[in-house]
Design a protein around this ligand. Structure first.
Ligand code: FAD
Ligand code: NAP
Length: 494
C-alpha cells in the first residue's frame, strides 16, 4: 500500500516555495516546522481504528502527542473481544498496537467512558483534535415478534460471552437443544457456527474463557442452520472461513443442490474472490466427497447447513410461551441485478424448529454524545473522508466512520486516511493554534468524577496476570472478566 511505504523526505527545493493545494497528497507529506506547537490529539476507542489512527499520527508528525481513551479497562477492541479464539494469528496486530502504546508520545487511558465520564465537548476544549474511533457496540435488531424470548441471542453478545467481554459474562446461553439457527450469512455467523460445533478439545489451548469452554463441553447442539435472505451468490462470508467450516472435524455440511441450479453460468462474470467462493459452495453441494472425506462424514455426529432465500418473520414460542422453539421464515426470491440484488418475499413461509436463535445480521454504532452528529439510518457519524461534518477539529475512523463492515486491514487503511486529513488540517492552520492542555485538564475532571483511569503499564500488569493464569492449562491466557477484580489487582492510581 502506497501510504505505508511512504518515507519522510523533505520536499524538493522547487516545491518548498509553493504551498501545495489543500487536499493534495503533498500537503500531507510536507514536514512540520520545528517552531510549531505540540499538537495534543485524542482518540476515542482502542480498537484497530484507534490504534492505527494513533500510529499514523505519531509516525507522520514529529511532536504530536496522542491520548487513546477506552471505556474497557483493557485495550484492543474487537481484536480481543471479537476475533475468534481459534484465530490467534489475527491477534498478532496487538504487537504493533503495543509498540504504538509504548511510544513516549502516546498514552492509553482505559476505564474512561467518553459520553459519560467525560464529554466530547470537554475533550474538544482540552485537545487540538479529537478522533472518534469507538466502533459499533450494538447489534442490529431483527425487528420481528418473539425476538425478546429466552433462547434468542445476538451473535454480538454470544461472541462477547466466549471472548470474555465483561458485560456478556452473565449471558448463560442454553445449549441444551439439538438445533440452533443463525440468522445472517456473514463471517460473524460462521465464527459463531464454528465455535458451536467445534470439538471443545480444539478450543482448550485458545484464549476462550474457561467458563465458556465449560458450557460448550456440555452443549447438546448437533445441527446448526445458517440462514440467508438471499442466495449463494450473495453470501457475505469469505472463502477461508467457509473452508474452515467444511473441514471442521466431526461435522458434515448439508447444502441443497437445488439452490445451485444454473449458478455455474452466472459465476463466470463474477470477480475472482466471489467466483472461487461460489465454486467451493457448488462443489460442496453437488460433489461426493473422496473416500477419506466420506469416511469422516459418515462418522460425523454434528452437521451444519446453509439455508438460502429465507428471511426471518417471527420467533415461534414453545407451547408454554416461555422460550423460543423455532423460527418462521418467509421464502424469498431475488429481484434486481449485481449489487442491487435484493430479496423479496414470495408469500410462502417455512417453520424451522430450533431451541436457539442467534441473530447475526450485523453490528451497529451508537451515538456517543448529543454534541456529535449521528446518522441513525446509516449508523455512522456523518463525515467527509473522516472529517466530521460541520465540526472542525473532530474526526472519525473505523466502523463508526464507515459502518460495521470490513476486516482489520480495511480499518487500517481507513484510519490512515483519517489521520492524513487531520494532518492536512493541522498544516493548513485549520486547527486551534494556541497550546492546549491535553490530558492534564481531563485528568482533573476524571479525578473529580471518581474515575480511575487505567494506563498501558496497568494493562501490562493485567496482561501478565492473564498469561500466568493461562499457563497451567496450556492456554495463551485466561482472560480476566471482572472489572472490579481487575481494579483491585491494580490498586489505586499511581
Ligand atoms: P472496535 O474494534 O470495536 O474498537 C472500538 C473501541 O472503542 C472498543 O475498544 C470499545 O470498547 C471502544 N469504545 C466504544 N465506546 C466507547 C466510549 N464511549 N468511550 C471510550 N471507548 C469506547 N477482522 C479481521 O481482519 N479478522 C478477523 O478474524 C475478524 N474477526 C472479527 C470477529 C467479529 C466477531 C467481529 C465483529 C469483527 C471481526 N473482524 C475481523 C473485523 C474487525 O474486528 C473490525 O474491522 C475492527 O475491529 C473495527 O475496528 P474499530 O476500531 O472501528 O472498532
Ligand atoms: P456482514 O458481513 O455485513 O453480514 C451480515 C449478514 O446479515 C448478511 O448475510 C446480510 O444479508 C444479513 N442481514 C443483514 N440484515 C438482515 C436482515 N434484516 N434480515 C436478514 N438478514 C440480514 O456482517 P458480520 O457478519 O457482522 O461481519 C462484520 C464484518 O466483520 C464483516 O466485514 C466481516 O467480514 C468481518 N469479520 C471478519 C472475520 C474474519 O475475517 N474471519 C470474522 C468476523 C467478522 P444481506 O447480504 O442480504 O444484507
Amino acid at each position: 500500500m502506497a501510504l505505508r511505504c511512504w518515507r519522510w523526505w523533505p520536499r524538493p527545493a522547487w516545491l518548498r516555495s509553493r504551498p501545495p493545494p489543500a487536499g493534495s497528497p503533498l500537503s500531507f507529506r510536507q514536514p512540520f516546522s520545528t517552531q510549531e506547537l505540540t499538537p495534543q490529539i485524542c482518540v476515542v476507542g482502542s480498537g484497530p481504528a484507534g490504534f492505527y489512527t494513533a500510529q499514523h499520527l505519531l509516525k507522520h508528525h514529529p511532536r504530536a502527542h496522542v491520548d487513546i481513551y477506552e471505556k474497557q479497562l483493557v485495550p484492543f477492541g474487537l481484536v480481543r473481544f471479537g476475533v475468534a479464539p481459534d484465530h490467534p494469528e489475527v491477534k498478532n496486530v496487538i504487537n504493533t498496537f503495543t509498540q504504538t502504546a509504548r511510544s513516549d508520545r502516546c498514552a492509553f487511558r482505559g476505564n474512561v467512558v467518553v459520553g459519560r465520564d467525560v464529554l466530547v465537548p470537554e475533550l474538544r476544549e482540552a485537545y487540538h483534535a479529537v478522533v472518534l474511533s469507538y466502533g459499533a457496540e450494538d447489534h442490529q435488531a431483527l425487528g420481528i415478534p418473539g425476538e425478546e424470548l429466552p433462547g434468542v441471542l445476538s451473535a454480538r453478545a454470544f461472541v462477547g460471552w466466549y471472548n470474555g467481554l465483561p458485560e456478556n459474562q452473565e449471558l448463560a446461553p442454553d445449549l441444551s437443544c439439538d438445533t440452533a439457527v443463525i440468522l445472517g450469512q456473514g463471517n460473524v455467523a460462521l465464527d459463531v457456527a464454528r465455535i458451536l460445533l467445534m470439538p471443545p478439545e480444539h478450543l482448550e489451548k485458545t484464549d476462550i474463557t474457561e467458563a465458556a469452554l465449560g458450557v460448550l463441553r456440555q452443549s447438546q447442539v448437533k445441527t446448526v442452520w445458517i440462514v440467508g435472505r438471499r442466495g449463494p451468490l450473495q453470501v457475505a462470508f469469505t472463502i477461508k472461513e467457509l473452508r474452515e467450516m467444511i473441514q471442521l472435524p466431526g461435522t458434515r455440511p448439508v447444502l441443497d443442490p437445488a439452490d445451485f441450479l444454473g449458478i455455474q453460468d452466472r459465476i463466470k462474470e463474477a470477480a475472482r474472490p466471489r467466483r472461487r467462493l461460489t465454486e467451493l459452495l457448488l462443489r460442496t453441494a453437488t460433489e461426493k466427497p473422496g473416500a477419506e472425506g466420506a469416511a469422516c462424514q459418515a462418522l460425523a455426529s454434528r452437521s451444519w447447513g446453509l439455508r438460502f432465500f429465507r428471511s426471518p418473520l417471527q420467533v415461534l414460542p414453545s407451547p408454554d410461551g416461555q422460550r423460543a422453539a423455532g423460527i418462521r421464515l418467509a421464502v424469498t426470491r431475488l429481484e434486481g441485478a449485481g449489487e442491487a440484488t435484493r430479496a423479496v418475499t414470495t408469500g410462502d413461509t417455512e417453520d424451522l424448529p430450533c431451541g436457539l436463535v442467534l441473530s447475526s445480521i450485523g453490528y451497529k454504532s451508537r451515538p456517543i454524545d448529543p454534541s456529535v452528529p449521528f446518522d441513525p439510518t446509516l449508523g455512522i457519524i456523518p463525515n467527509t473522508e473522516g472529517r466530521v461534518v460541520d465540526m472542525p477539529g473532530l474526526y472519525c475512523s473505523g466502523w463508526v466512520k464507515r459502518g460495521p463492515t470490513g476486516v482489520i486491514a480495511t480499518t487500517m487503511n481507513d484510519s490512515f486516511l483519517t489521520s492524513q486529513m487531520l494532518l492536512q488540517d493541522l498544516r493548513a492552520g485549520l486547527l486551534a493554534s494556541a497550546p492546549r492542555p491535553g490530558y492534564v485538564a481531563i485528568e482533573a475532571l476524571l479525578s473529580s468524577r471518581g474515575v480511575r483511569p487505567v494506563s498501558f503499564s496497568d494493562w501490562e500488569k493485567l496482561d501478565a496476570e492473564e498469561v500466568s493464569r493461562g499457563q497451567g492449562a496450556g492456554k495463551p491466557r485466561e482472560k480476566l472478566v471482572d472489572p472490579q477484580a481487575m481494579l483491585r489487582l491494580l490498586g489505586p492510581c499511581a
